[in-house]
Design a protein around this ligand. Structure first.
Ligand SMILES: [Zn+2]
Length: 338
C-alpha cells in the first residue's frame, strides 16, 4: 500500500509502505473509510516540532475491521469502528478513572493517513457501531476520533454547565467544536474568539452567541464587557501558545475553570500572575475513549454534526495539498478518502 510520510518541513510524501499486519494478539487491522489532517500535524509539518527520521503520519481514523488478533473480543471483521488517537487498554486504574490518555500502556496512534491501519489494544481503543453507517455521516464519525473528542474534553475540563458563560480561545477545528460542545452541554452565552469570517460563521452555526475579534488586552477587555466585568465561568483553550493560554487565564472569572487542549509549543507558564486569578486549570491529551460511545450516539442520532469542520475533501493520494491548504489557512480541516 501507499501511505503518508513526513520527511522534513513542508515535505509530505505519499509513498510505498509495508502493509500493516497483526503483530500481537490484541491488534486489529482496519480498512480506513476516512482520515484527516490534524492541527497538531502542522507543528512537525512546519518544522516547529523536529522529527528525527521520515515519520508516517495520521492519528484520526474510522473504518471497517479487516482482521483481528486471537485475543480481541469486542470487535470483529466487517464491523465499522471509530477509535481514539490514544491507544489504551481501558482496564488499568487510570483508564478506569476515565483517563485513558494516561493509560499505563498508552501509545499514540500514527500511520492513519493510509488505506490500512494496525490498531494495538483493539478492545481498549475501538468502539464498533451496531450498523454500517451511511457514507454521508462518516465525516462526523471521523471527527469523534480526535477533534470532537478533544473539544468535548476541553468543555468538560472547563466545567461547562447549563446556563454557564463560556469563552473559546482558538478558531481551528477544535475551537469550533468546542463551541458546539459548550452548546450541547447547555452553556447560555458562548463567546468565540475568531478573526476569520468563514470560521465566525461556523462558530455561530454551532451556537456562538458573540464573536470577539480582538486579542491581547483588548480581547480581555471585550470578554470582561460581555461577562459582567468578571470573566467567564468556563474557558476552552484550543491553541497551545503562551499568548492563547494567558488569554484564557485572563478571560476566566475567579473560581472559573479552564480546559486546555492545545498542544503546548513555546509556552512558559509564569505562575505568579496565575496565582492571583483563582482559576481551575485542567487539560492535556483528551481521554477520547471515555466519550466515544456517547459522542458516536450524538452523531448517529443527528444531534451533532461535527463533520462540518471538514471544508476540504481530497483523495488520500493528494494528502500533500491537504496539509498545504491547512498550513495556509485556506482550509479549516482536510478530510482524506482512500
Ligand atoms: Zn489503561
Amino acid at each position: 500500500m501507499r501511505g503518508t510520510v513526513l520527511y522534513g518541513p513542508r515535505d509530505i510524501r505519499f509513498e510505498d509502505r509495508e502493509d500493516p499486519r497483526i503483530e500481537k494478539p490484541t491488534d486489529a487491522i482496519i480498512r480506513i473509510a476516512a482520515t484527516c489532517v490534524c492541527g497538531s500535524d502542522l507543528w512537525p509539518y512546519r518544522g516547529i516540532q523536529k522529527i528525527a527520521q521520515p515519520t508516517p503520519m495520521g492519528h484520526e481514523y474510522c473504518g471497517v475491521v479487516e482482521e483481528v488478533g486471537s485475543a480481541v473480543k469486542t470487535v470483529k471483521p466487517g464491523q465499522f469502528i471509530i477509535g481514539s488517537f490514544c491507544i489504551s487498554d481501558n482496564t488499568c486504574p487510570n483508564c478506569r478513572n476515565g483517563y485513558q490518555s494516561g493509560c499505563q500502556n498508552l501509545e499514540f496512534m500514527t500511520r492513519a493517513q493510509a488505506p490500512m491501519l494496525r490498531v494495538p489494544l483493539a478492545d481498549g481503543t475501538l468502539v464498533a457501531t451496531t450498523e454500517m453507517p451511511s457514507d454521508q455521516i462518516i465525516p462526523s464519525l471521523l471527527a469523534v476520533s480526535d477533534v470532537f473528542g478533544t473539544a468535548w474534553f476541553a468543555a468538560d475540563a472547563a466545567n461547562v454547565k447549563p446556563g454557564a458563560t463560556a469563552v473559546v480561545v482558538g478558531d481551528g477545528a477544535v475551537g469550533l467544536l468546542g463551541v458546539l460542545s459548550a452548546k450541547l452541554m447547555g452553556a447560555e452565552r458562548i463567546i468565540a474568539m475568531s478573526r476569520q469570517e468563514k470560521r465566525q460563521k461556523l462558530a455561530k452555526e454551532y451556537g456562538a452567541t458573540d464573536i470577539v475579534t480582538e486579542r491581547g488586552e483588548e480581547g480581555i477587555a471585550r470578554i470582561k464587557d460581555l461577562t459582567s466585568g468578571i470573566g467567564a465561568d468556563s474557558v476552552l483553550e484550543c491553541v497551545g501558545t503562551e499568548e492563547s493560554m494567558m488569554q484564557a487565564i485572563q478571560s476566566t472569572r475567579p473560581g472559573g475553570s479552564i480546559g486546555y487542549v492545545g498542544v503546548p509549543h513555546g509556552m512558559r507558564l509564569d505562575v505568579w500572575p496565575v496565582f492571583f486569578k483563582l482559576v481551575h486549570l485542567h487539560g492535556g491529551p483528551a481521554p477520547v475513549r471515555r466519550y466515544l460511545v456517547d459522542l458516536i450516539k450524538l452523531v448517529l442520532d443527528r444531534k451533532a454534526e461535527p463533520g462540518k469542520v471538514f471544508d476540504l475533501v481530497l483523495p488520500l493520494e493528494q494528502v500533500a495539498e491537504g496539509y498545504r491548504a491547512m498550513d495556509e489557512r485556506r482550509a479549516i480541516k482536510t478530510l482524506l478518502r482512500p
